[in-house]
Design a binder for this molecule. Structure first.
Ligand SMILES: [Mn+2]
Length: 327
């Protein structure tokens, strides 16, 4: 059995039903979030986890490195129950927001059944059942569709998770992939008990001081290229040690420079595991996933990333800026 749900204005809902059937036939489910987890993958996983808890379905939410999970999501139900050690046995994997096999951080065991919830163009349909919709701004929206098409009850806990995933991955409802259905979902999630104001307080008003110690340094690194169309910033490894800031706390600086009127593409470089990790953002019809894919990276049309195998930030900056400006 291999089922794909790919949206072309026509819903193939049978893949949602088949997913639920596969879930009900399984004894122990491993929900897998991606490496360098973001709010979409964690929220999507914890929304499913809430449903599974409420319905006594054996499962665990897995991430290959829990120390990487953003702490600011700790208000989501079952956040502390996530694991990074494999359970003794499991017979179904559900991946959420994993745009490629490599994003799981481990090899899928042979003959393992996999349900693949995702919205990345790069996804090569590695699942037994693939619930892919690249037109959606978040994987959380596809998890929502799974609940709705199967007529499943969305508890307050699950609704809160789904709201957070949709909010964060749509960049606070500013993504071009937000459509009418996004707001219909949000409306329904609020009816289910998601508290928009409470969520905003938890998500946006709990910054560390360290974040504001490192931000000026990163902003100071700002350079404009190609008559200001391309902006780059970087963060030296030592700045993290000096300030105590965490990697994911600095991503907002990229959004800040991306907001400069003349800038069309924004680039952020920092060192992760002795290599330079690069995040790219673009406005309008500029596809930065094409640039990321030149360096074996991936992501979305307007937001993607890649890794360059060097410890030299300046060298990596020159390589990526050259690639962008020669486009
Ligand atoms: Mn996502």
């Amino acid at each position: 059995m291999k089922k794909d749900f790919i949206l072309n204005n026509k819903l193939n809902t049978s893949a949602f039903e088949d997913s639920l059937k596969l879930i009900s036939e399984s004894r122990y489910i491993l929900i897998v979030t991606h490496v360098s987890p973001d709010a979409d993958t964690i929220s999507s996983a914890l929304a499913l986890s809430s449903y599974f808890h409420e319905n006594k379905i054996n499962h665990k939410v897995f991430n290959v490195d829990l120390s990487d999970v953003p702490k600011r999501l700790d208000f989501l139900a079952h956040f502390t129950k996530m694991i990074q050690k494999f359970p003794k046995s499991y017979d179904l994997i559900i991946t959420v927001d994993c745009g490629a096999r490599s994003r799981l951080g481990f090899e899928i065991p042979e003959n393992m059944k996999v349900i693949n919830f995702d919205h990345h163009k790069s996804n090569d349909k590695f699942g037994t059942i693939n619930l892919l919709d690249i037109n959606k701004a978040s994987t959380a929206e596809i998890v929502y569709d799974f609940f709705k098409f199967n007529g499943l009850y969305i508890s307050k806990n699950a609704a809160t998770c789904l709201y957070v995933g949709i909010y964060e991955d749509s960049l606070a409802f500013t993504s071009a992939r937000c459509d009418e259905s996004t707001y219909e979902k949000i409306n329904f999630l609020v009816k289910c008990g998601a508290d928009a104001s409470g969520i905003a307080s938890n998500l946006l008003r709990r910054d560390s001081l360290a974040k504001y110690r490192i931000m000026p340094k990163i902003l100071e690194s700002l350079e404009l290229h190609d008559e200001g169309k391309v902006a780059s910033i970087y963060a030296e490894e030592i700045w993290f040690k000096q300030s105590g800031a965490l990697m994911h706390e600095t991503e907002e600086v990229l959004d800040m420079i991306f907001s400069i009127a003349v800038v069309k593409i924004a680039v952020y470089l920092r060192i992760v595991n002795n290599k330079v990790r690069i995040s790219l953002r673009s406005k309008g019809n500029i596809d930065v996933s094409l640039i990321a894919s030149k360096f074996n990276g991936g992501g979305h049309f307007n937001a993607s990333g890649c890794i360059i195998e060097t410890k030299d930030l300046q060298k990596a900056k020159n390589i990526i800026i050259k690639e962008i400006c020669e486009k």
